[in-house]
Design a protein around this ligand. Structure first.
Ligand SMILES: Nc1ncnc2c1ncn2[C@@H]1O[C@H](COP(=O)(O)OP(=O)(O)OP(=O)(O)O)[C@@H](O)[C@H]1O
Ligand SMILES: O=P(O)(O)OC[C@H]1O[C@H](OP(=O)(O)OP(=O)(O)O)[C@H](O)[C@@H]1O
Ligand SMILES: O=C(O)c1cccnc1
Length: 491
C-alpha cells in the first residue's frame, strides 16, 4: 500500500476539529471533566416506520483497540500544531469511558438515544467520528434490508451488493447488517468467512460468453458442480437459456442437483411466468426461479403484485448503497458536563426547529409493551436515567410536541433499550453470535404492529418523554431563553 506511514491504528479516524478541541481541553485543564454524549438520528431512513440497530460489534472492536500508535504520534508531531506534552499525553491515553447502547437487532427510532458515551471529555469527543460512521452506515443498511424482507416475506433473499458497495468494508459490514435484518445469504465470501453468514452464488454472464453457447456453458458448470443454478438470460431466456438448462438437467439427471435458473433482465413478471411453465412442463416443479437486476423493495413488491413466479431475490446496488437515502444522519451531542464545582450539569442545544431542540441530560429509553395487547409495543418512553417506569402502576404517555395526544396504559412492561457495553473502558457486554442477533431482530419486529411496518406511509411510532424529562427539557429551554434575553441584543 502506498501510504505515507503505517496504518496501524484507527484512532486518527477522526475529524481534525476534534483533535483541535481536545488540545484546547488539555491546555485549559478541562480534558478530564466528566461528559455524557448521546448519538441519535432525527428521522427513520427511507420514510420507514422503524430502524434496525446494527454496528455495535464493529464499534466494540474499534473502542477496544483505541490507542495512539507511535506512527500516529509521529504524524501529529509533523503537523507542528501540538505541544510535545500533549502528544505524550495522547500516547499514554487508554480508553476509560462507560458506553451504553442499543444492542444489534433491536429496533430503534428517531429522536431517542441509541448510544451514550460517558467519561473524560476528551475521550468522549475523540470517538465521535468513527462511532457515527459505523452506526450511520450499518443502521441504514439493516433498515433497507428489513424493508426488502418485509415485502419478500418467506422468499429467499440473497445479498449481491459487494461489487457496487462504496468500499470493501462497506461490502462486508453491509452484508452483515443485511443478514441481521433477514437476508438469507451473501455472495461475499469474506463476509462468510468473517461472520459465518451463509454464502451462495450462481454464475455470471462471462461463463456463457466464454462458451458463446448456453448449452456448453451450463454443461461445463454442471460437470464441475453438484448444486446448479443456471443464468439463463445471456442470449434469449425463453428460446435458449431455459431450454438448455432443462436439457443439461435432463442429461445429467441425478448427477447434479438442478436448483433452478436465474434471470437478470427483461420483464421479470412475464418472463418468470413463462419460465415457470417451461420448468413445470419439463418435470422440474421444484426448480426455483431467482431474479436479480437493480431490485429493491418497490420492484419486488410490484413483481409480487404482478404474480411473478420468483422464489429467490438477489439484491445488490439498492441494498448496499442504501439507495434512496445515502445517509442516516445520526448525530452525537453533548447532553451533560461536569461543572467547575464537580457537579453534572445538563446541556441543551436550542433550535428554531422544535424537532431539533435536543433533550438535556443522560437518559434511558424504555420499550413499552402491553400484555393486554398481545405484548405488542405501545411505543418508546424516554426517561431521565434514574427513573424506572416499572415502579409505576400506570404509565401516562403523551406526544412530546402535541401533548394532548396521550394514553394511559396499565398492564405494561418496560424494557430498557440501552444496555451497558463498556464500564471504565472495559467491555462488560458479551457480544452475541450473529444467529442470535438475527433471531432477536425477528422477535423485535414481531412485537411491532403491522401499521408501523408497511413500507409506504407507515404510522408514526410513539417516542415519548416521561413527565419528568419533559418538564426538565422545558425548564432548560426557558433557562436558555432567559439567558439570551438578558444579553439584550435586538437581532
Ligand atoms: N415486470 C416488472 N415490473 C417492475 N419492474 C420490472 C419488471 N421487470 C423488470 N423490472 C425492473 O425494471 C428495470 C429495467 O429492467 P430491464 O431488464 O428491462 O432493463 P435493463 O436493466 O436495461 O436490462 P439489461 O440488464 O438487459 O441491460 C430493472 O430494474 C428490473 O428489475
Ligand atoms: O443488480 P444488483 O441489484 O446491483 O445486483 C448485482 C448485479 O450484479 C450482477 O450483474 P453484473 O452486470 O455486475 O455482472 P454479470 O456479468 O454477472 O451480469 C448480477 O447479475 C446483478 O444484476
Ligand atoms: O451469485 C450470483 O448470482 C451473483 C453474485 C453477485 C452478483 N451478482 C450475482
Amino acid at each position: 500500500m502506498r501510504v505515507n506511514q503505517v496504518d496501524d491504528s484507527l484512532v486518527l479516524h477522526t475529524d481534525y476539529y476534534i483533535l483541535n478541541m481536545m488540545y484546547t481541553y488539555w491546555k485549559k485543564g478541562i480534558n478530564k471533566r466528566r461528559a455524557v454524549f448521546e448519538a441519535y438520528f432525527r428521522k427513520n431512513p427511507f420514510n420507514n416506520g422503524y430502524s434496525i440497530f446494527a454496528g455495535l460489534e464493529q464499534a466494540v472492536n474499534y473502542l477496544q483497540n483505541l490507542h495512539f500508535s507511535d506512527s500516529d504520534i509521529d504524524y501529529l508531531r509533523q503537523k507542528g500544531e501540538f505541544d510535545e506534552g500533549f502528544l505524550q499525553y495522547l500516547k499514554q491515553m487508554t480508553f476509560s469511558c462507560d458506553v451504553r447502547a442499543a444492542v444489534e437487532g433491536d429496533l430503534v427510532f428517531a429522536n431517542e438515544p441509541i448510544m451514550q458515551v460517558e467519561g473524560p471529555l476528551d475521550q468522549c469527543s475523540l470517538v465521535e467520528t468513527a462511532l457515527l460512521s459505523i452506526l450511520n452506515y450499518q443502521i441504514l443498511i439493516a433498515t433497507k434490508a428489513s424493508r426488502i424482507k418485509n415485502v419478500a416475506g418467506d422468499d429467499t433473499l440473497m445479498e449481491f451488493g459487494s461489487r457496487r458497495a462504496q468500499d470493501l468494508d462497506a461490502g462486508i459490514w453491509g452484508a452483515r447488517a443485511a443478514y441481521i435484518a433477514g437476508f438469507d445469504s451473501t455472495s461475499n465470501v469474506r463476509a462468510g468467512k468473517l461472520f459465518g453468514i451463509p454464502i451462495t452464488g450462481t454464475h455470471a454472464h462471462a461463463l456463457v460468453q466464454f462458451y458463446q453457447n448456453d448449452y456448453e456453458a451450463f454443461m461445463a458448470y454442471a460437470q464441475t458442480h453438484h448444486d446448479c443454478t443456471f443464468l439463463v438470460d445471456t442470449y434469449d431466456t425463453l428460446k435458449s437459456g431455459v431450454p438448455n438448462a432443462i436439457r443439461v438437467a435432463d442429461e445429467l439427471g441425478d448427477k447434479i442437483n438442478f436448483r433452478g435458473v436465474r434471470i437478470d433482465s427483461g420483464d421479470m413478471a412475464y418472463i418468470s411466468k413463462r419460465v415457470r411453465e417451461k420448468l413445470d412442463a419439463a418435470g422440474y416443479p421444484e426448480a426455483q426461479i431467482a431474479a436479480s437486476n437493480d431490485l429493491d423493495e418497490d420492484k419486488i413488491q410490484s413483481l409480487k403484485m404482478q404474480e411473478a413466479k420468483i422464489d429467490v431475490w438477489g439484491v445488490g446496488t439498492h441494498l448496499i448503497t442504501g439507495y434512496g437515502q445515502p445517509a442516516l444522519g445520526a448525530v452525537y451531542k453533548l447532553v451533560a458536563i461536569e461543572d467547575d464545582a464537580g457537579n453534572m450539569l445538563d446541556t441543551l442545544k436550542l433550535s428554531s426547529n422544535v424537532e431539533k431542540i435536543s433533550t438535556p441530560g443522560e437518559k434511558q429509553v424504555w420499550r413499552i409493551t402491553n400484555s393486554n395487547k398481545q405484548d405488542k409495543s405501545e411505543g418508546d418512553y424516554i426517561t431521565l436515567k434514574d427513573e424506572d417506569p416499572n415502579a409505576l402502576d400506570e404509565l401516562y404517555m403523551f406526544h412530546p410536541q402535541y401533548t394532548y395526544i396521550s394514553k394511559t396504559i396499565s398492564n405494561f412492561k418496560a424494557r430498557p433499550v440501552l444496555q451497558k457495553i463498556f464500564e471504565n473502558g472495559k467491555l462488560v457486554y458479551q457480544l452475541p453470535d450473529l444467529q442470535t442477533i438475527r433471531s432477536y431482530c425477528r422477535a423485535n419486529l414481531d412485537s411491532l404492529w403491522d401499521e408501523y411496518k408497511r413500507i409506504l406511509n407507515p404510522q408514526d411510532y410513539p417516542v415519548d418523554l416521561s413527565q419528568r424529562l419533559y418538564d426538565h427539557k422545558i425548564k432548560y429551554i426557558e433557562r436558555v431563553h432567559q439567558m439570551v434575553a438578558q444579553l439584550g441584543n435586538d437581532d
